[in-house]
Write a protein of this length. Structure first.
Lengths: 164, 164, 164
């Protein structure tokens, strides 16, 4: 996929706050699209966005106490993430998945794999992990580091940064 | 409206993902506000945001098959776009429109026209068009080009870029 | 809290559009995190985000006419702001507040106070105030100025700008 590598490396950084299926699709489409043409790409997963990088893809009771376990179950990972619009109890994302397959557009799971393959830097938000009772071990191995916001802002400085 | 044109042209780029009435109002307020003082303004319409640049303003069955036609009908264009908050089955946006008129604030449709008049660059997202079964001909004539994300990121590079 | 002050001051600017509890928490976490390490931080509160800087924290009928008063009452301020996900009629934010307290993470109200203490620049959006019938006196005293979007974009130019 990589075609043009510019001399001075451009940078794209994404703060992935939403856990919605369509917005996570946007996160990984931007990340892989930019990485494929030679950008340095950094993603900071926080709040509901942490869903996208959990090891267990289905619903599971992850978390330190019953409350955070409940949130972990409800969030449930990307295989069950809802649409921000026209969700219809989960049918909306299923239709989207069908349309993406049908039109040879990469699915969300394929996009996550592509991001990893293209060396996108994946970070997890320390504070959100505290609130939701998540540990580094709950996430995929490709998570580079657990950071606070100010450290991430120093990483993303000097490029284009988007909050999604 | 243009008052100050700075020597070195500043740049504002917007990724218009949302189809919500209030967020689209934000997109066009930022775009026209910036263009009016001499910014280069680029908008990349994707996913639900594509609604804002459809030719047919009311509900209509646009799309390649019955599923995308259904999405086309449900999205329905800006005249029926919902609020992200306090929508109340469409009454929320109507109240907003009333308040905007009453306070001499430009309505969403007027803002779209103003953006075109101020030479805001309007782009449509290729991938989202594939998924939703939309063709370039479904959009207003002022759409400058159909692009992928990496091309748009090169256009937006070096300015302020917002995901809305 | 301030630890490192870099030679050339970095800049973070936030357009706070959402009135959701979780997104406002993100706004103030980013703002205080950046200000604590020496960034210039600017926040432009607009639409639902104006809720965060109202003087009266509970529900109250602020606004010029009955319609805007109604919106003022429904928005209600940060003590009753909803979650963007898993709101459950307001129980979601309450659980979040509990988890934040329990894990020694600053609550939203504490974050607002911290932002003020760290000299974060707080601006209110003129147009949204017109629509919602709000006056400068309805907001906390720390609001530095009432601005239009183009003035804010000139302030935020040259740093990282996020739309939340």
């Amino acid at each position: 996929m990589p075609e043009t590598i510019s001399n001075k490396q451009k940078k794209l950084s994404l703060i992935a706050f939403s856990g919605d299926f369509d917005k996570l699709t946007a996160v990984f489409t931007l990340a892989t699209g930019a990485a494929a043409v030679g950008y340095e790409v950094n993603i900071f997963f926080t709040f509901w966005g942490l869903d996208a990088i959990k090891q267990k893809k289905g619903r599971s009771f992850i978390g330190g106490n019953w409350l955070t376990k409940l949130f972990g179950f409800m969030m449930g990972g990307i295989s069950v993430s809802p649409n921000s619009r026209f969700n219809f109890l989960g049918i909306g994302p299923k239709i989207f998945r069908y349309l993406m397959k049908k039109n040879n557009v990469a699915t969300l799971e394929e996009l996550v794999d592509a991001a990893v393959a293209l060396n996108v830097n994946i970070y997890a938000c320390e504070m959100a992990m505290h609130i939701l009772g998540l540990q580094k071990g709950d996430f995929i191995h490709e998570v580079k580091d657990v950071l606070g916001v100010s450290t991430f802002l120093d990483i993303s400085d000097g490029g284009q940064t988007l909050f999604i």
